[in-house]
Design a protein around this ligand. Sequence first.
Ligand SMILES: Nc1nc2c(c(=O)[nH]1)N[C@H]1C(S)=C(S)[C@@H](COP(=O)(O)OP(=O)(O)OC[C@H]3O[C@@H](n4cnc5c(N)ncnc54)[C@H](O)[C@@H]3O)O[C@H]1N2
Ligand code: MOO
Ligand SMILES: [Mg+2]
Length: 429
Amino acid sequence: MVEKRQPIPVAEAVHRVMDYAFQAKKEHVPLTQAHGRFLAQAIRADHDVPAFDRSPYDGYAIRSVDSKEASSQHPVRFQVVGEIGAGYVFEDVVGDHQAVRIMTGAPIPQGCDAVVMLELTHTFEENHQKYMSIKRPFEAGSNISYRGEDIQKGTVLIEQGQTINPGVMALLATFGYEQVPVYRKAVIGVIATGSELLEPGESLQPGKIRNSNAYMIMAQIERAGAEVKYFGKFSDDLALCIDHVEKALQEVDILITTGGVSVGDYDYLPAIYEAIDAKVLFNKIAMRPGSVTTVAARNGKLLFGLSGNPSACYVGFELFVRPIIRSAYGHSQPHLRREQAILGADFTKPNPFTRFVRARIDYEKGKLVTVPSGFDKSSAVSSLATANAFIVLPGGSRGYEKGMQVDVLLLEDLQGSEWPWDNIEKSYR
Ligand SMILES: Nc1nc2c(c(=O)[nH]1)N[C@H]1C(S)=C(S)[C@@H](COP(=O)(O)OP(=O)(O)OC[C@H]3O[C@@H](n4cnc5c(N)ncnc54)[C@H](O)[C@@H]3O)O[C@H]1N2
Ligand code: MOO
Ligand SMILES: [Mg+2]
């Protein structure tokens, strides 16, 4: 008698997985390796930016009071008493009707309170002395970048858990983070199962297929910000498989297998979970694709038994594995970002279970429009390459028409969402 599996709602499955959320350890990495990592500590400004009043232009630093009488009829002349480039400090105090030639980024000399752009000055020499003149007055503060105008000392600039993007890299460098506190990458093991699997370098043979899931999952792991450990393929021998899983578990934070979770004669995963005494959190979800997605836990470590069908495997990863990875990095919005979009094509399939249609989101005149990205079967591999979203169609619906509003989950968005599973749009016909 085949075991009858009881499907649970998607949200309930995600909850059961998230009960095992863990925090990754912290480490320091050189700044040059920090891009794409997750900050393990908030970054606070320990000095003002800019740290001194500076010139935003190439020109002349002056005392504004000396320019008061300047007009096109009566230009005011200044004696040029020095020159400073960015990186240098003018050591003297600037006096009455004196000016300093100054470059963009150089500190404003003592005594000066305005900068005149080079283009607005006339320069000349008399008796080997340099002068410049201007034809209009400048107010105190004209063309000065003030200390702290960009960032004030003490400001929290980035919260812990944020992704280090190119802009964060600039801030880290600005504040002297030669070594950056980041979360250590979670190590995720991958094992493929199935005697039909060939590796990409092997020629096709009758009845065989190439193992695409392992390479897809490894990329999904990297996209989620974790590190991959690939353990290759299972053998056909159950005892060896058990041993394989036991050993792999020692080396990872999470273990993912693909295939072998349904009720086929060679679907070994249920037997393996039993043999290693892992607690099965669920083995059937009211969703398509991915209904067979199984998750088990042993000694606090999760084992994800993703489906062998490529589309089901892909969806299972994004819904259940991704949030566990992101939450390990202190992220408060670890789930896929949920948005609403206009359906750009009919989707006539009825949905007894909640369906996650691999889809493409595009912007059209300020609106988000989504269309399925191709062949919509659990076994499909073709619709994944152009997918950047899942259209979420709740169970119980009888198909959707072009123009309807639907919920979508974004696959390539870094912001994420805190909990996307409440009140999924049910505007079905
Ligand atoms: N009697 C039933 N049969 C099936 C059920 C069911 O409820 N009762 N569920 C179906 C559903 S839904 C799915 S999804 C699949 C799940 O199968 P498994 O997770 O056990 O995976 P396998 O049997 O190992 O393989 C399924 C399919 O995927 C191909 N595959 C496997 N691994 C890979 C890989 N690494 N790369 C590419 N493709 C892979 C494999 O060749 C099979 O075609 O079960 C249904 N059956
Ligand atoms: O689990 Mo299967 O992917 O529902 O099609
Ligand atoms: Mg199977």
